[in-house]
Structure formats: structure tokens, C-alpha cells
Design a protein around this ligand. Structure first.
Ligand SMILES: C=C(O[C@H]1C=CC=C(C(=O)O)[C@@H]1O)C(=O)O
Length: 473
């Protein structure tokens, strides 16, 4: 990570902001025609979702992430600087962009708190190349937001990132920035807590005929029997129409309350399309050079009673089919991290991750990351894991393109952030929907291995889809 300039003093009013930005502007030169300034203020308790609701315009790009159980939430919107790219070098290009931005960044203010300092928000599509005409998101996008509001337990941070160049109107920028900072601070009084009711009937339609899904599973099972592949993850999509536009904030609020163990997310392309969901799958978390990643594969429903739940759990833990589906993922992750020279550690037996509607086999994998390895190098090595693609990966990817008659776009792809110190968190965008006004497309998938039953796989997918459908409002 490049070292960025730090200033500990805090900007306390509009005039101080003016002085600071003017001083920055004066340091610009032909060689360095622009500079990024990142100001972090500590704030009283704020709900970042309320800020997304009250302050962010629908026409702005945004990122929202929350893990309710850990008391963590982050909302980022507007763009100080951004990059959109395509092609299979996309992870490296994003890395280079972030590194070059950071060498040109001055961070000021409360920099020793969780989520302080500049954060870059990134999202990718599932496939390297996503050339569909109507693709809502490019193959890779990274942005440094104009505003970032985050909460960890009761500590909140407001961050303003400003691109300073020769054309910057300092007077106007300071006025706007200070006004917005105060507006954000005022959202302290807004609390979104009640569950939004699901009051209207939705029309739903399968994107792939259920019969065709069954045929694809049977065909995939033949490939498995011929030993061309050992696993493939096949997705199913449904299109939904509501009698009125979906309520983004209400839906996110429902998701965070119903799935406090999941990573609830929203990503807006700034053109009316929002990708939202509640994903149980964390691809990487890096904090102080400690890496945590999850192997998650193998599923069973939750029981209606404690006894039934324990029965499903036991059946899942001892199922040969689910254990091998899971092991393909955990072995892949360990292998890929070892390729990078890391020494990943995992327990020999998976445990259970119990969500409100479903339970999964789960193996956390941890390791120490040397400073020389960038989070995006790890991401490039891991994505897509066999939890969302298959094994061997290249053949599985070819077959997914052949079997699925829809674009995966950002479904099952990484989205997350990287900060100025190399800390990072990326999740996998599963159990997700792309929403535009009164329409939504929902995706969910299931891993197919030897012993899979097409009916059961479809039932598992329906369970995953229903969870999201019921949260939409
Ligand atoms: C691909 C999905 O789930 C994956 C993650 C966990 C468990 C899975 C399974 O048991 O099939 C899938 O591999 C999805 O929900 O869309």
C-alpha cells in the first residue's frame, strides 16, 4: 500500500475547510494536476441506512453494506473519482487505480477509528467479460465516494472525499460540503427500525422453465459421471413485477432485520438500477494483515422445531454428498491461497452456519498476509470459487454459459471495499436481486455434485429465492 499523507488536525468549520483546500490547491503542479483530500469526522450515533434514505439522490452511485449482528454498517455515495473497466485483467487494473489514487491522497481528521480514512468501493461481474448490451454494471467498477458514513457498534464516522484540481471552485465546494456534512449529522434523529409490511401481490415468472432447469441438472450429472467435472453451480432466475415501484430502503431494512447474520448489501449504478441482497458468503476480510475467508457450500432447511432443526443439521453434517460438495470449495480456497505463497489454516471438519431460513456447511479459513500482497490479488485468485462456479473451474464456467439462458451480471460476484491501509472486505453477491422501479430479477443457485437430485436442488433454490422475495416491499 502506498503511504498517504496524514494530518491529525480536524476541520471544525467552513472557513477551516476553505483554508485547507486552498492550501492543497496551491500545491498542485503540472506534474501533479490534481489531489484527493479525505476528511474523517467522528459523529454521534447515525444509522447509515437513514443517511442513504435522506441524503443520497437516486441518481447517485451508491454502495451499502451492513452486518447487523456485528453492529456494522456503511453507506457510501456520490463519486469523487471512479473507474469502469472490462476484460480479464480487471482485478489488477482496479488495484493499480487504487494505488495511484492513494499516492495522491491527503487524509485528515479522525483517522484512528474503525472505517476512517479513504475507502474504495469495488464491484465486479461474475464473468470477466460481460458484454451484454443491457448490462447494468461494467465488468469492474471502483469508486471513491464523495461521502461515506459508517458505524461500528456505537462509533460513527463521516468521511468527505474531495478531488482538488485547478478548476475547483473552492468557495462553492466548501459551502456545499459543509452544508451536507451538517445534514448528515442531523440524520442522527432518524431511525428506521420497524419491519416494512409486505402488502401487495407480486407477479412472478421463471426466467428458465423449471423443466429446463431439471434437464440441465441431469445433463450436468452426466458430465460428473463422465468425470469431466466434479461440481457445477447452476442458478435459476425469476422476474418479478409489483403494482408500484419497490421501496429500496424498506427492503434493505427488512433484510437487515430478517437476516442479521448475513451481509445485507445494495449497489446502485446511478441510473435507476439497484443490486441488493442478503449474502451469507464472505469472500475475504483483511484486518491488520489477518485474512479470513469462508468456504460455504452444502445446505439444508431450518427445522420448525428444535428437534426437527437438529435432525436437519445432523443429516447435513453427515451427508456424503454435501460434505464432498463442501470439500471441493474448502480445498480450492486452500490451494489458491497457497499458490500465492500463503499458509492458510482450516479446521478438518466443517461446522454449521445457521441462518433464519437455511443452514450451511461452513469452514472458516484464516492466514497471515504479507504487506506485499494486495487484497485484489487474493480476490483475483479466489473468484469464482466452486461455491458459485464449479470444479474444474474453466470447464464449469463454459458449461454455466451453456446451461443458463440469462446473464449472471453481478450475481455471485464479489463486491466490497479496500481502505488506505490495505484492510478490506468483499462478499459474494448471492441471494440477490436487481431492482428497477416496479421490476426485479432474483437469482439463486445450488451446487450440483454426484448424488444431487434435481427436484431437491430446485427446492433449495426456491427456499433461497423466497427469503429475498418476502423481504421486498
Ligand atoms: C450459489 C448460491 O449458494 C452457494 C453458497 C452456499 C451454499 C450453496 C449450496 O449449498 O449449493 C451454494 O454453493 C446461491 O445461494 O445462489
Amino acid at each position: 500500500m502506498p503511504i498517504i499523507q496524514h494530518h491529525a488536525n480536524l476541520i471544525q468549520d467552513c472557513q477551516e475547510l476553505n483554508q485547507f483546500l486552498s492550501a492543497c490547491k496551491q500545491t498542485l503542479s503540472e506534474k501533479r494536476p490534481s489531489k484527493i483530500v479525505s476528511i474523517s469526522w467522528e459523529a454521534k450515533s447515525i444509522d447509515p441506512l437513514a443517511v442513504l434514505d435522506k441524503i443520497c439522490h437516486p441518481g447517485e452511485i451508491h454502495f451499502y453494506g451492513e452486518k447487523a449482528k456485528q453492529g456494522e454498517a456503511i453507506a457510501a455515495f456520490g463519486t469523487a473519482i471512479k473507474l469502469k473497466i472490462s476484460g480479464n485483467n480487471r482485478f489488477f487494473q482496479v488495484q493499480q487505480f487504487i494505488e495511484s489514487c492513494l499516492t495522491n491522497t491527503t487524509a485528515i481528521g479522525a483517522l484512528d477509528l474503525p472505517f476512517s480514512g479513504p475507502h474504495f468501493f469495488c464491484n465486479f461481474t461474475f464473468f470477466d467479460e460481460d458484454n451484454h448490451r443491457d448490462s447494468p454494471f461494467p465488468s469492474a467498477m471502483v469508486f471513491l465516494p464523495k461521502w461515506q458514513i459508517s458505524r461500528q457498534k456505537n462509533r460513527c464516522i463521516i468521511i468527505s472525499n474531495i478531488l482538488v484540481n485547478r478548476n475547483l471552485n473552492i468557495e462553492k465546494t466548501c459551502e456545499n460540503t459543509w452544508q451536507k456534512y451538517q445534514e448528515i449529522n442531523l440524520t442522527k434523529s432518524f431511525k428506521i427500525s420497524h419491519l416494512h409490511d409486505y402488502k401487495f401481490a407480486l407477479e412472478t415468472q421463471d426466467v428458465t422453465d423449471k423443466r429446463n432447469f431439471n434437464l440441465s441438472v441431469l445433463s450436468a450429472l452426466e458430465l460428473i459421471q463422465q468425470e469431466q467435472i466434479s461440481k457445477i453451480v447452476l442458478a435459476h432466475a425469476i422476474d418479478v413485477k409489483a403494482p408500484r415501484p419497490f421501496n429500496l430502503i424498506g427492503s434493505l431494512n427488512n433484510l437487515r432485520q430478517k437476516y442479521p447474520d448475513c451481509h445485507v448489501f445494495s449497489l446502485s449504478n446511478g441510473k435507476g438500477k439497484n443490486f441488493i441482497g442478503a449474502s451469507p458468503e464472505r469472500l475475504i476480510k483483511i484486518q491488520n494483515q489477518e485474512l479470513e475467508t469462508d468456504a460455504l457450500a452444502g445446505s439444508a432447511p431450518r427445522g420448525k422445531t428444535l428437534i426437527e432443526d437438529a435432525y436437519f443439521a445432523e443429516k447435513l453434517l453427515t451427508s456424503q454428498k454435501d460434505r464432498s460438495e463442501h470439500e471441493i470449495v474448502s480445498n480450492f480456497i486452500v490451494q489458491r491461497l497457497s499458490n500465492l505463497g500463503l499458509n492458510p489454516q482450516k479446521l478438518p471438519i466443517p461446522s454449521l452456519l445457521k441462518l433464519s431460513n437455511i443452514q450451511h456447511l461452513w469452514t472458516p479459513i484464516v492466514g497471515k498476509i504479507p504487506i506485499s500482497i494486495h487484497p485484489l490479488e487474493i480476490l483475483a485468485e479466489l473468484h469464482p470459487t466452486p461455491a458459485v462456479a464449479g470444479d474444474p473451474r474453466d470447464i464449469a464456467l463454459q458449461q454455466i454459459r451453456r446451461y443458463e439462458n440469462f446473464n449472471r451480471s453481478v450475481y455471485a460476484a464479489p463486491l466490497g471495499w479496500i481502505d488506505h491501509q490495505g484492510n478490506s472486505e468483499f462478499i459474494v453477491g448471492i441471494r440477490s436481486a436487481l431492482i428497477e422501479s416496479d421490476r426485479a430479477r432474483l437469482w439463486a443457485g445450488a451446487g450440483i455434485v454426484a448424488g444431487s437430485d434435481p427436484e431437491k436442488e430446485l427446492a433449495e433454490i426456491q427456499l433461497k429465492l423466497q427469503a429475498l422475495l418476502k423481504a421486498l416491499t
